[in-house]
Design a binder for this molecule. Sequence first.
Ligand SMILES: Cc1cc2nc3c(=O)[nH]c(=O)nc-3n(C[C@H](O)[C@H](O)[C@H](O)COP(=O)(O)OP(=O)(O)OC[C@H]3O[C@@H](n4cnc5c(N)ncnc54)[C@H](O)[C@@H]3O)c2cc1C
Length: 287
Amino acid sequence: MYPPRFEYAVAETLEEALAALERDGDEIKPLAGGQSLIPLMKLRFAAPAKLLDINRIGGLDGLAAQDGQLRIGALVRHKTCEQSELLKGKYGALGDAAPQISDPIVRNLGTVAGSLAHADPQGDWASVMLAVRAEVVARANGSERTIPIDELLQGPFTTSLEPREIVTEVRVPDPGARAGGTYLKLERKVGDFATAGVAVHVSMSNGTVDRAGIALTGVGPTNIRAEAAEQALAGHALDDDAIDEASRLAAEAAQPRADVRGTEEYKRNAIRVLTARGLRKVKEGHS
Ligand SMILES: Cc1cc2nc3c(=O)[nH]c(=O)nc-3n(C[C@H](O)[C@H](O)[C@H](O)COP(=O)(O)OP(=O)(O)OC[C@H]3O[C@@H](n4cnc5c(N)ncnc54)[C@H](O)[C@@H]3O)c2cc1C
């Protein structure tokens, strides 16, 4: 199906983009990789009067560890994350997630920030960012604020971003050298959205878990932080008992619905198994 008629504008600078958003309010939408927005328009689930292409804005495509944090510019593509040497070890949850997003065509164009702004509960990045406690920087004409990822995700396809705001950067705090993580995803076939997915991220200190991040994909109205599971790990060695208990609690936190991808029970069990596998993988990385 063709999308409804829309105007197309290109912003050359961030200031120009912010001014256009301020002026046109609800009528205009930023276009990044277009890998979610264009399909939505073709399906007639979205019909913005104007698209503002932000791809030519300079300085938004950096991926770097800087000032005690990982900084991911708004135009960093999934593909860049897939190929980055930086997204290993302590940032392994990010590096492991990137190649599991759809196919090479989508990964060449789609952006991390676009995925977070889109807030599809089956999107993989939001779980990863919940696990690593990321925050997004949102700029508007004359203002800037930093939004913790838990506050960004409000509901299915709904965020706390205002229409006049652009995400300029995603920031991940440096978890320290004794940290690791991964992302595991059950999909019906390569390139599919998750039947269920789990991001795990663990910081260790003196042989015990200092802080754990566990977040779930595709099993709720938003990506879900498995808070009880995270807390159950804190202060404990990453042994079999702790892993089993955290996996049980992660499955309990899931709110799956039966659909073509499986029953509630199947998805809940997938969360349990993926959480345990993820934590074991992280443990192996530390032994
Ligand atoms: C066939 C197919 C399979 C896919 N499979 C997966 C999958 O397995 N896992 C997965 O996670 N995703 C999947 N996706 C989605 C893909 O990851 C998208 O790239 C991503 O969701 C959106 O990024 P984008 O840059 O393409 O955003 P766009 O489509 O350009 O925009 C999406 C939304 O975010 C807004 N937006 C974009 N950038 C910004 C910004 N900087 N500031 C404020 N608002 C912004 C737009 O206005 C729009 O509302 C798939 C997509 C397709 C087409």
